[in-house]
Design a protein around this ligand. Sequence first.
Ligand code: IMP
Ligand code: MG
Length: 371
Amino acid sequence: MDRIKVHDKTFKTLITYDSLMEAIDRVAGRIEADFKDSKEVPVLLCILNGSIMFTAELMKRLDIPVELISMKLSSYSGMKSTGKVREVMGLTGSLEGKTVIVIEDIIDSGRTIEDIARIVKEKGAKETRICTMLFKPACYTKDIPIDYVGMEIEDDFIVGFGLDYDELGRNRKDIYVLDKAMKYFILFGPPGAGKGTQATAMVENYNLCHISTGELLRGEIAKGTELGLKAKALIDAGELVPDEVVEGMIENKFKTVTGVSGFLLDGFPRTIAQAQALDAMLAKSQEEVTACVSLMIPDEMIKERIKHRASVEGRADDANDETINNRIRTYHSKTEPLVEYYKNAGKYEEIDGIGTIDEVRGRIADVMDKF
Ligand code: IMP
Ligand code: MG
């Protein structure tokens, strides 16, 4: 999939040139069938500027006599219709007594086509038909029947093949849709803060893919892979696994997981270097971290909770005091600077991790609902 930038926004491929051509073939076939036995020579009324490409492709497929007239309306700009009444700025020929096929690039709310249909009638056309390359049925609020539709699309903002975003993007031969970026949440907090427990609900409620580096690594260990063996020695000693290894695993997940609204990173990043690597990874596709959701509990509670977990799950790294203290020290020295890092980026959301699972879950939801 191709990504392009138009002004400040990122767009990704929605309809390829080839499938557009097939849609235009079908529209041309229908117009030809409707007019081939008629005495009328229809006027193709190209609505400038957006319909230039569509009109050209359509015309060259029509094996019947047609006349071409263009018209420009005073336009609105940006990504939302303003609802202002538009005036005719140019009409290159007379519509008096003619059968007119209005050629539009896209019909959204239908306000534009309603204005055009009225104008065409005022200019004396005998009959008006409407043809549009693209149609957003979910947005259409008018009753005017649309005679020829190339393709129906969802309620999304698109550019390309004549369509613009503030006058740019018309020259693209494919059609692109505004990329509503994936969300990247970081679940942050000391060992034993309840991240794993809370992650389950967050993943379900917000359709996220949960990436726990601890789990990914334990998976490798269980499978006895080379990576797993190296990781095991380090984890058992309460040390961190090298950044490149963890980053590689994460990036692989970003690339391969589909059908989610975003990711919930749990246990990553643990260092400033990893946080920078994550920013760089996302910047490649013009994306960024959405927020760092931080569960906070005091050190004493960290120990208590880890010991409790050791008795329940039997994790080797939870077992003795020395390992626990080492993890807490590692956490303070290497991980806490991340709080500053995300605060500076304006992405830090701290949540009080003391309380019942439901209480904490409620606090997390209040934060997540903002994004
Ligand atoms: P309507 O008046 O809401 O039906 O919008 C129709 C006009 O809005 C089109 O002629 C386009 O100029 C513009 N428009 C609507 N949707 C889009 C879009 O997704 N991308 C670019 N322009 C659009
Ligand atoms: Mg436009």
